[in-house]
Design a protein around this ligand. Sequence first.
Ligand SMILES: C[S@@+](CC[C@H](N)C(=O)[O-])C[C@H]1O[C@@H](n2cnc3c(N)ncnc32)[C@H](O)[C@@H]1O
Length: 296
Amino acid sequence: MQNYCMSVRPLGRVMIESRLSQKLLDSRLEQGARERYIPGEQWFRKGENWFSITAFSNPFKTVYTELAVLTENRGRLMELVGNMPLVFYGVGTGDTEAAIVQWALEAGLSPAVHGIDVNWEFLEVFLQTLKNLSVEYGRDIFYRGHHTLFQMTDGRQFGSGKKAHICLGNTVGNFPQEEIFGVFKSNARKGDLLVLGVQLGKSPKKLLEQYRDNAQMKRLIMAAIESRKDLPLRSELAWDYNKKTGAIEAWLGGVQVFRSKKYDVGGLVGYAKQFGFEKVDVFERGDCAVAVFKKA
Ligand SMILES: C[S@@+](CC[C@H](N)C(=O)[O-])C[C@H]1O[C@@H](n2cnc3c(N)ncnc32)[C@H](O)[C@@H]1O
């Protein structure tokens, strides 16, 4: 009998490699509390909170809208990506990421897939998704999960040759922009693709309303900081739209505990250019855009 599970093969020594300790994440949380800016990876340390938001109460329906945008533009996207290794920055539930892998399999490829995430469970669930796809299509997938922070990655981890760096679900909106674009810049080489899925800030007022009084969002944020007794944990979250940065923010007694920047396509294209990424194509639907860039 064929051992179907063997058709997901490790890229390198192990299937999922961890470079991250809870101690390091705790110290980043402590530093964040001191500097009054909680870094975004903290919200994802407990997988179940993210799973419940994406399943029922995502203020932005991101995963599904983005999946629709990607599906509508599947032909063009796969033409650009071709046989490049797929490097996913932030796997989460992996719905959109799995669709891209599926299209590679349907094109007769045996794709190389890297998943980078702060949460081990997401990388493990994604591995199972890949196994299922591999069985369904009877083709090998070469996978490596990187349990680490984007900020700790090095482009050489993903092998030589041109790659597609893919960051979906408005993940980029949770970071200081120079930090996340700096990561892409240092990891990508000339000719690599950068594919960004972002949310557009067409209606900030509506957006604010969707975040405010959203019990699941609140749970995600509060679970990340509950161990910090030095923070005013009993206070109410104050939600705001920051016109200057374009971000929806949540504040707790002077500490910025959450942020999600919303973009406009022109601004994004101009900003990416400063980091050496030229626009190739932008796909849009409603409040969601997927922008494809090439490293010059
Ligand atoms: C907004 S979710 C998007 C997930 C998925 N791409 C989607 O579209 O549904 C962000 C993902 O990035 C991961 N993440 C956030 N910050 C990170 C960091 N600094 N380093 C590594 N992973 C991070 C989270 O664990 C989560 O899986």
